[in-house]
Design a binder for this molecule. Sequence first.
Ligand code: FES
Length: 81
Amino acid sequence: MAKKFKITICSGTTCYVLGGAHLMMLAESLPADLKDQVEIIDSNCIKACQFENAQPPFVQINDYLMSQASVAKVVEYLRKH
Ligand code: FES
C-alpha cells in the first residue's frame, strides 16, 4: 500500500547544523501508528535555505515545506493531516 506521507529530511549542511541532526532520528521517534504511514527520505540540500529569511532546518512533507522543523512539529502536522 502506498504511504500517506512522503517526508524528505534535508541533511544539507545548513539544516543539519541548525537542528537537522535531531530530525535524523525522526524515524525512530515516530509513534508506531504514524510510522506505518510515512516514507522517510534523507536528501542533500533541498534549496529552501537559499530563500531570503529562510528558517532552517527544513523538512518537506508531500507538498508542504516546513521551516524550523522539529520532530514534535512533524508529529503534530501528521496528526492533523
Ligand atoms: S541545507 Fe537544507 S535546504 Fe539547504
